[in-house]
Ligand binder design. Structure first.
Ligand code: NAD
Ligand code: UD1
Length: 333
């Protein structure tokens, strides 16, 4: 297939591009580089021996994006482009609504104009709000989102649903990611936020490499195995592979489909710290701090639907993810 990947130089997008190229697909990337670097293209080439075509384009810019659609006949779009910092979305809700919604609307309009019928969308477990039952199943209630970022994901899922019902023959698939971690085993691709990380794994990696002094564990009085928050951490390469598998959903009868992508297993903050220490034979200094606003005690996926319908079955262990994340961060300045 010839696939347009928006946000393809980002963390999950770049790993997915590698999987797509390795499986023989032709990839064209568009990204405005607001949260990534063009060097990623050369790194993808080092891994796959193929340099994907790259356009520095803001997906909100219809004229610039139309040029790309004009030059290529795509079979599908994978839409990663978006802003993703939860805290920033609370401070700057309009920026998040404008960027995430406008870019999606522009993309969908062009898909109609150029008759590109298939789209995979990066959704998030955050669309389940504060789920009451674990593991989380796709049919569990959505909504009661706790921040504007999460609400953009919920709105976009609804937009996609309305879009495919109004346009016969079009297919949309939302992939609800749980907690992506790790890095490419080549150490060439990964995530290393330039600001102080909000998410647990990049924070641990900065502490492990001496770039931050210690980790603060956000609360140890939850009703969980050791009192700390439990999440479903999935290796980014497994997640990327899930996109490759999800392409087959375009041939299913349902015009709109949605899948959880996680591992189906929960890991606590302390368990992750200890796995990281063991994988890399180092100590992670940490203190127990207060709970973080908006956090839930436990979140992990039921991945049966993705397993049965797509053949999704994550391969990497938490220990491997910890090793890859450490080695990637070590190479960053
Ligand atoms: P990322 O920031 O590394 O990648 C997103 C990419 O989109 C970046 O390269 C950025 O430059 C680009 N981008 C943003 N707005 C754009 C625009 N208007 N036009 C063109 N490019 C634009 O993030 P990621 O972790 O790779 O996430 C990819 C997608 O998955 C995002 O939509 C994110 O919300 C979603 N997601 C991520 C996580 C996670 O934990 N990383 C969890 C659930 C969902
Ligand atoms: C966060 C976002 C969520 C987003 C997801 C993936 C919030 C409230 N939620 O989820 O919307 O989809 O990232 O990008 O930000 N922790 C610490 N110390 C730290 C950092 C985290 O103890 O320094 C704990 C948290 O309390 C949580 C766990 O580690 O229990 C995982 O946190 P994080 O990596 O931020 O992911 P989520 O909270 O699941």
């Amino acid at each position: 297939m010839k696939i347009l990947v928006t946000g393809g130089t980002g963390f999950i997008g770049s790993h997915t591009v590698v999987e797509l190229i390795n499986a023989g697909h032709e990839v064209v990337i568009v990204d405005n580089l607001v949260n990534s670097n063009k060097d990623v293209i050369g790194k993808i080439k080092r891994i796959t021996k193929v340099r994907p075509l790259f356009y520095k384009v803001d997906v909100e810019n219809k004229k610039a994006l139309a040029k790309v659609f004009n030059e290529h006949k795509f079979d599908a779009v994978i839409h990663f482009a978006g802003l993703k910092a939860v805290g920033e979305s609370v401070q700057k809700p309009l920026l998040y609504y404008r960027n995430n919604l406008d870019s999606t609307l522009t993309l969908l309009e062009l898909m109609v104009e150029y008759d590109v019928k298939n789209i995979l969308f990066s959704s998030s477990a955050t669309v389940y709000g504060t789920p009451e039952v674990m593991p989380i199943k796709e049919e569990d209630p959505l909504g009661h989102t706790t921040n504007p970022y999460a609400t953009t994901k919920l709105f976009i899922e609804q937009i996609l649903q309305d879009f495919v019902s109004a346009n016969p023959g079009f297919k949309a698939v939302s992939l609800r990611y749980f907690n992506p971690i790790g890095a490419h085993p080549s150490k060439l691709l990964g995530e290393s936020p330039s600001d102080i990380p909000n998410n647990l794994m990049p924070y641990i990696s900065k502490v492990a490499n001496g770039k931050l002094e210690y980790l603060s564990v956000h609360g140890d009085n939850y009703d969980t195995v050791d009192g700390t928050g439990v999440r479903d951490y999935v290796h980014v390469v497994d997640l990327a592979h899930g996109h490759l598998l999800a392409l087959k959903a375009f041939s299913f009868d349902k015009a709109y489909n949605y899948y959880n992508l996680g591992t189906g297993k929960g890991t606590s903050v302390l368990e992750l710290i200890h796995a990281y220490e063991k994988a890399n034979k180092i100590k992670i200094p940490y203190v127990i701090g207060p709970r973080r606003d908006g956090d839930i005690a436990t979140s992990y996926a039921d991945i049966e639907k993705a397993h049965i319908e797509l053949g999704f079955s994550p391969q990497y262990t938490i220990k491997e993810a910890c090793r890859h994340a450490f080695l990637y961060e070590k190479k960053q300045k």
